[in-house]
Write a protein of this length. Structure first.
Length: 348
């Protein structure tokens, strides 16, 4: 009877852990516009150029077990078909249970002109996702010696538990994006089929649908010095205001902020959370950003999250994030019917 109880307790513990992971929010990047394909599939090809980019995030390094996330992508705009195509690789790892998630996705978007300098883009993504975990380092109730307070190694009662677990599944996402020369407004839905992500055999734990809405507006502040004496192009001076709202199961958050662009320098500040009289934990952080946008097409950004939740900056260590992106025109420019129109979204 004791053996049966221990097995049930362990299965319940693992099931609870998996359920907790599955209903948590997806990885979120503070520089979400520097991860455009991750944010919204409709942003595939939105620069109407070719982009290659990487993002890295180290969250809560002050804790014993931190969270590391990355994203790498490439997208290209096909002028002849008004279409964007892209490829993305996403990954994250939580060190306590060595829980890792790796994703490879294919993306497509189509651009439709709806007026003078007004465009509507729709896009989709199909992904293959691999989740792996090793539960051997976790301590369960059945391993604790009540008399000494110490822990014992795994026993025979645990042989049927998937200590080294693997799970594979397909995932689907869709999005739309409306842009003009000054404003942008988009929405996306990820995990539309809510796939089963449970490690426990014959158990079901759905990955909740994630909805996000993003948008903003940009104002020109006049021109700076001459950027190129040959073409007489002036440096851009602008300020932008933007938001990104996310909801997934019971969790929701709002990123709202501003960015000042004094070419080539980019300065930004963000607030993440939703003010609440109940002091809920989604009052998460203030984010400071510093970036540089080079004339060569290389953009580099660094941001730091100052934790404002009860977790505290001293305990968590905040979060560090780096983004690198290279944008260029691939092919013979003379064969294009028009020059590229750069999406007015944030650089970072």
């Amino acid at each position: 009877m004791a053996k049966s109880y221990l097995q049930k307790f362990l299965l319940f513990t693992i099931g609870f852990f998996c359920a907790l992971v599955s209903v948590a929010q997806d990885v979120q990047f503070s520089q979400f516009y520097a991860a455009p394909l991750y944010l919204n599939p409709a942003m595939t090809g939105a620069s109407e150029l070719t982009r290659v980019g990487v993002n890295y995030r180290n969250q809560w390094p002050g804790l014993d077990h931190s969270f590391n996330s990355y994203s790498a992508y490439i997208d290209h705009y096909v002028y002849d078909y008004n279409s964007g195509i892209g490829l993305i690789f996403n990954g994250n790892k939580e060190s306590l249970a060595q829980l890792s998630t790796n994703e490879v996705g294919l993306l497509y978007s189509y651009r439709l002109r709806v007026g003078t300098d007004k465009f509507l883009r729709v896009g989709g993504q199909v992904s293959y996702i691999a989740r792996d975990a090793y539960f051997g380092n976790l301590v369960f109730g059945s391993m604790i010696d009540i008399s000494t307070g110490g822990t014992n190694s795994l026993t025979d009662e645990l042989q049927n538990v998937p200590i080294d677990s693997r799970h594979r599944f397909m995932d689907y996402s869709f999005g739309t994006l409306f842009t003009t020369n000054k404003i942008w407004l988009g929405a996306s839905a990820h995990h539309v089929t809510e796939p089963n992500v449970s490690f426990v055999e014959d158990a079901t734990s759905r990955l909740p649908l994630k909805f996000s809405a993003q948008g903003g507006i940009r104002f020109d502040l006049g021109y700076g010095g001459i950027n190129n004496t040959f073409t007489n192009v002036y440096q851009e001076r602008s300020i932008s205001f933007a938001f990104n709202y996310k909801q997934q199961a019971p969790f929701n958050q709002l990123d709202i902020g501003t960015q000042l662009y004094l070419e080539p320098l980019v300065l930004g500040i963000w607030y993440r959370g939703l003010p609440s009289k109940y002091n809920m934990p989604n009052n998460e952080s203030l984010i400071a950003l510093l970036g540089v946008a080079l004339e060569s097409g290389m953009d580099i950004g660094y941001s730091f999250d100052f934790t404002t939740s009860k977790l505290g900056l001293r305990n968590s260590g905040g979060a560090h994030e780096i983004s690198i992106r290279y944008t260029f025109l691939w092919g013979d420019e003379r064969s294009r019917n028009q020059r590229s129109r750069v999406n007015p979204c944030f650089f970072y």
